[in-house]
Design a protein around this ligand. Structure first.
Ligand code: DGY
Length: 328
C-alpha cells in the first residue's frame, strides 16, 4: 500500500513531524511560511491529509481543487478556519484539539484579566520610559479583582476552570451567559449564576469572553453592548477576533466608557486596529493564551494523533464531524 501524503502547513515541533514521517510522506514547512490560499491549495495537490493551524482556511474552493483530501487536523481547539459543512459534504474529516489546552488557557485568561484590571502593562511601560520618579497615592490605581463580579460570556470547557479560579481562589462572584446553561451540579461548586446577556453586561466588573467565533457571535460585543457595561469595568477577550468590534472598543476606551481591555485576539490578526495601539488602557498580547511549552506540545501531538488515525483506519480522538467516519 502506498503511504499517504500529508502537508504540515506550518512549522511545528520537529519530533511531531518525525512522528508523522513514520506513517506518511510528509511535506513540512520548517521555514514557517504563511501560504496564500492559492499556494496552500497547490501544496495540497496529491495529499490526503493536512496538519493545520488556525491560519489555514479550508473552504469549498480548496476542497474542490483537492478532491483527494481525506482529513484536515487543526492544532487548535477553535476551528473557524474550517468550513465544516463543506468538509462534511465531501467526506473530509475535521479534527481539533480540545481539552489539552483548557487549564493553560484559563491561567492566561486570568492573568490577562488581572493585568488589565491592575494596569500592569501600562505601568511597566511608564517605568521603562524612565518616568518613575516618586511614589504617589493615585499612581496607576486600578480595579480590584478579588471579591468583584466576574462575568463570563460563552460556555463550554473553559468556563469552569476560569470560574473555579475566580470563585474558589479569590472570592469572586461569578455570573455567566450563554445560549445554554450549565447543569445545576456544575454551577453549584463554583457558585456560578446564569443570567441574561443584559444583566451580564450591566453587572460584570470584569467581563471575560470565551465563546467560539461564528457568524452568530460576530461582534457579540459592539458599541451597544459596551454602552451597557459599567464605566469601571474591564473586558478580556481570549476567544477569537471578530467577537469584539475592535473599532467600537477603541472608541469606548478612548471615551472612558469602560475602564480597560485585555486582548489576546483581534479582528484580522495579526493586523490590528491601530487605534488600540494608542490606548494605554489596553493590554495587548499576540494570541498566546494556549502558549505554554507543555500545552503546545500536547496540542501538536493530539493533532498528529488525529491525522495518523484518520488516514490509517484508526479512531481519531477528537473529531469535529465524526459522521464522516461513520459513512466511510
Ligand atoms: C485555539 O486553540 O483555538 C487557540 O486559539 C490557538 O489557536
Amino acid at each position: 500500500m502506498p503511504r499517504p501524503h500529508v502537508l504540515v502547513a506550518r512549522a511545528v515541533f520537529p519530533e511531531v513531524v518525525e512522528r508523522l514521517r513514520a506513517h506518511f510522506e510528509v511535506e513540512d514547512n520548517p521555514g514557517d511560511i504563511i501560504y496564500s490560499a492559492a499556494e496552500l491549495s497547490a501544496r495540497l495537490q496529491g495529499k490526503q491529509g493536512a496538519f493545520t493551524t488556525g491560519s489555514e482556511r479550508i473552504d469549498a474552493a480548496l476542497l474542490d481543487a483537492n478532491a483527494q483530501l481525506r482529513a484536515v487536523c487543526n492544532m487548535a481547539v477553535g476551528y473557524n478556519n474550517f468550513d465544516v459543512d463543506a468538509c462534511t459534504a465531501r467526506g473530509v474529516l475535521c479534527t481539533n484539539t480540545p481539552d489539552v489546552l483548557t487549564e493553560t488557557t484559563a491561567d492566561f485568561g486570568f492573568a490577562l484579566m488581572m493585568a488589565t484590571a491592575r494596569r500592569i502593562s501600562e505601568s511597566e511601560h511608564y517605568l521603562r520610559r524612565g518616568e518613575w520618579t516618586r511614589w504617589a497615592y493615585d499612581m496607576f490605581t486600578g480595579r480590584d479583582v478579588h471579591a468583584a463580579t466576574l462575568g463570563i460570556l460563552g460556555m463550554g470547557r473553559i468556563v469552569q476552570p476560569i470560574a473555579r479560579r475566580a470563585a474558589l481562589g479569590i472570592g469572586m462572584r461569578v455570573i455567566y451567559h450563554n445560549r445554554s446553561r450549565l447543569a445545576a451540579e456544575q454551577e453549584a461548586p463554583i457558585g456560578a449564576r446564569y443570567v441574561d446577556k443584559a444583566t451580564l453586561l450591566a453587572q460584570a466588573d470584569h467581563l471575560v469572553l470565551v465563546l467560539p467565533y461564528s457568524a452568530a457571535s460576530h461582534h457579540a460585543i459592539g458599541a451597544a453592548e459596551l454602552a451597557q457595561m459599567k464605566p469601571t469595568a474591564t473586558l478580556t477577550n481570549i476567544a477569537r477576533g471578530g467577537i469584539v468590534d475592535d473599532a467600537a472598543l477603541a472608541q469606548a476606551l478612548r471615551e472612558r466608557r469602560i475602564a480597560a481591555a485585555g486582548l489576546d485576539v483581534f479582528e484580522g490578526e495579526p493586523q490590528l486596529n491601530p487605534a488600540l495601539l494608542d490606548l494605554p488602557s489596553v493590554v495587548l498580547t499576540p494570541h498566546i493564551a494556549s502558549a505554554s511549552v507543555a500545552t503546545r506540545r500536547a496540542m501538536a501531538n493530539l493533532a498528529a494523533d488525529n491525522l495518523i488515525a484518520a488516514l490509517t483506519g484508526g479512531a481519531p480522538p477528537t473529531p469535529i464531524n465524526p459522521q464522516v467516519l461513520a459513512s466511510r
